[in-house]
Design a protein around this ligand. Structure first.
Ligand SMILES: [Zn+2]
Ligand SMILES: [Zn+2]
Length: 69
């Protein structure tokens, strides 16, 4: 599973790469194991939201991290 372009944009806006986001979500090898939208749940698209809807999980998770120093 690779992150989609929207997810990468959102992560980049928070200064994160795909590998960093993977590690923050306990994919220790830096390979993303969640869904393409950036949610760590690999069944987000089609379950948490429709395929063409924005993911609400990723921005919520990023907000919950709080500011990183
Ligand atoms: Zn989700
Ligand atoms: Zn999602």
């Amino acid at each position: 599973m690779r992150l989609n372009a929207d997810a990468l944009d959102v992560l980049a806006a928070h200064g994160l790469t795909e590998a960093q986001w993977a590690r923050e979500n306990h994919y220790a090898d830096g390979r993303w194991g969640g869904d393409a939208c950036g949610c760590p749940d690999d069944r987000c698209i089609g379950f948490h939201h429709d395929e063409h809807d924005e993911c609400g999980c990723l921005p919520a998770l990023l907000d919950a991290r709080g500011p990183q120093v």
